[in-house]
Design a protein around this ligand. Sequence first.
Ligand SMILES: *Cc1c(COP(=O)(O)O)cnc(C)c1O
Length: 363
Amino acid sequence: MTIQQTVVEVNLKNLKNNLNFLKSKLNPNTLIMGVVKAFSYGADSLIIAKELEKQKIDYLAVAYASEGLALREKGILSPILVLHPQTNDFNTIIEFKLEPSIYSFRILKAFTSCSKFDKNYPFQIKFNTGLNRLGFHENEIDTLIARLNGLKPTYIFSHLGASDDENEKDFSNDQIKIFSSLTENFQNKIGSKIKRHLLNTSGILNFSESQYEMVRTGIGLYGFGNDPKYKNDLRPVINLKTVISQIHKISKGGSVGYNKGFIASDNITIATLPIGHADGISRQYGNGNGNVIVNGKLAPIIGNVCMDMMMINISKITCKEGDPVIIFDDKNLSAEDFTKAIGTIPYEILASLSKRIKRVIIT
Ligand SMILES: *Cc1c(COP(=O)(O)O)cnc(C)c1O
């Protein structure tokens, strides 16, 4: 395919492959929740949600109510868990049949006191088992059950804080133990079995014995595991590609970009690319830290990344204006390697990919 502008390619074949690989780690009756928050980690939540529905996903999850509403407005019908509702979201949540995560007494009150509230409306309860981000603490169960006043959640869940980290196995196992005991306690006190979910992608890969009735997967769907050994099993869904807009010859001593961010120590050739901060390329990639691929070769990003453009050194590469450039993809340079150069992780760059970049579906 010829590239004429910056594009995010969304590879649905890889998405399907990743879903099937993750399924292979699970019992056949364990449900799967596909996490499509943050525009599906930059891919495009509508494209991904549609494909996941085609693959018979059981649940979807978003971070905020507005993300769920956007999917409902485009015809997505699956149950959608809203992980982090805010107090003024509940009428919207109910109007659009989203399922809120209730993670604090303040949020429980906002839910039960909103004007559209109905005592049979489905909701889930989030427990904090060690991440210390959101959720009720184990010692709040009695008060929680009293305040629920007979309401029953569809699911109770928690989130692992270090499931990707080999060195923190004890921490994860402690979280699993706490979850197991508090859910049992909750079920006993509420007087019925409530379904549970705990594992995220690296939880599925490293602690699959704790899969309970459902698991939640985000990054794995998009092609990243927590270990290089999954390289062949999980395939990146998102390729970020652009094109050479213009080529310049710079004489020794000449500067490139704002504030003369780069000074040529030789006669060099540079190329300008139509992608910058506003597209998700942070400033740290500049000044030689990040590299992109032009005609199979690494080209360093030089000078300061601009809002809408950046420049690369192509002195050693045969190329011309209009040639394609790979920022990261599933073959030449992974998002993992691209982001490692500035000490960050694929989650961050994927979630930063601007909506102004065109999405192109690959099947
Ligand atoms: C984002 C998120 C997930 C998905 O995690 P991955 O590591 O991307 O699989 C799961 N659960 C919660 C609560 C999250 O916030």
